[in-house]
Structure formats: C-alpha cells, structure tokens
Design a protein around this ligand. Structure first.
Ligand code: CMP
Length: 152
C-alpha cells in the first residue's frame, strides 16, 4: 500500500468542484484516510513548494494557493501515487488528455485544480507537512473483497 498527499486547490474549492473530484477518487476505489479544509499560509506554501520557490512563477503560485482554502487529503491504495497522478493528467490543463481530471475541468497551467505527490519521498514529506499522525484514520473498506482479488 502507498499513500499520497492530495490537495484540492483554491480554484477547485471556489468552482464548487470538490464533490465532483472526490467522487472520481471514490469511484476508482481509492481510500481517503484523512481530509480537512485548511487555509495555506505563505510559510506552508514555501515549505510545500520548496523546489519552486526560486522559479519566476513562484510569487503567482503562492498568491494563488493562499488565495482561498484548500481541501487536503491523504489517500491510500496500491500504486496510488502513480494512479492519482495519471488520473490528474498533465500539469497544464490545456495539455491534459480528455478523461483526466485536468483534461476535463481545467484550461490553465497554474489553476490545475488538484495537486498530488509525485513520488514516495515527496509523499512522506508532504503528508507530514499537512497532517499529524493522529489525523490519519486507517480503515478497511467493507467492499474490499469486491474491489480486487485477494492476491492483488
Ligand atoms: P502542482 O502539481 O501543484 O505543482 C506545482 C504547481 O505550480 C503546479 O501544480 C501548478 O499549479 C504551478 N505551475 C507549474 N508550472 C507552472 C508555470 N510554468 N507557471 C505557473 N504555474 C506553474
């Protein structure tokens, strides 16, 4: 099992797409094991996007990500880091394939609706930034026997 940090960004919250996007993860049988609405501060933004802080687009990214609340989630599942990234599609909504979340709902490079960790190291670091261990609720969905075979 893997975990990934998923953020439904301010554009997602403002556009009332939170329920729609969460439904995509639920329909895929991805397990949400933590979730909260929070206001990202400039400090948290700099920590989260540390690799982008020196880039020309960072000031705009910080203004965007702190501009309204986000829904932060921890999701869990087999190969969930790759699976969620593929569900999101390319960073720029204009390039994202139809059928992906960004391909279906975003026409922007910055306002691309959802963030998801891009690897196991990023996932561990980002989950730690947004959640305390006692906010994570591991559970076994009762539908599990109908979601995958026992040896998967
Ligand atoms: P995300 O997957 O959260 O990772 C970094 C974010 O920065 C990205 O989604 C976009 O919201 C934003 N981003 C990435 N590249 C650019 C860019 N060239 N110009 C503006 N915003 C960008």
């Amino acid at each position: 099992m893997e975990r990934s940090l998923v953020l439904l960004k301010p554009d997602c919250v403002q556009r009332r797409l939170v329920g729609t996007i969460i439904s995509r993860f639920e329909e895929k049988a991805i397990n949400i094991i933590a979730m909260k609405l929070i206001q990202v501060t400039p400090e948290l933004s700099k920590q989260h996007y540390a690799e982008h802080v020196e880039k020309p687009f960072y000031p705009g990214l910080e203004e965007f990500i702190t501009g309204a609340p986000v829904v932060a989630m921890v999701v869990e599942g087999l190969e969930v880091i790759r699976v969620v990234r593929e569900m999101l599609g390319a960073t720029n909504g204009l390039n994202a394939a139809a059928g992906t979340i960004r391909g279906d709902f975003s026409s922007s490079r910055q306002m691309n609706l959802v963030h998801a960790s891009d690897g196991p190291e990023a996932s561990a670091r980002e989950i730690d930034l947004y959640f305390n261990e006692d906010e994570i609720c591991e559970y076994t969905p009762t539908l599990t026997p109908w979601l995958k075979a026992g040896d998967e």
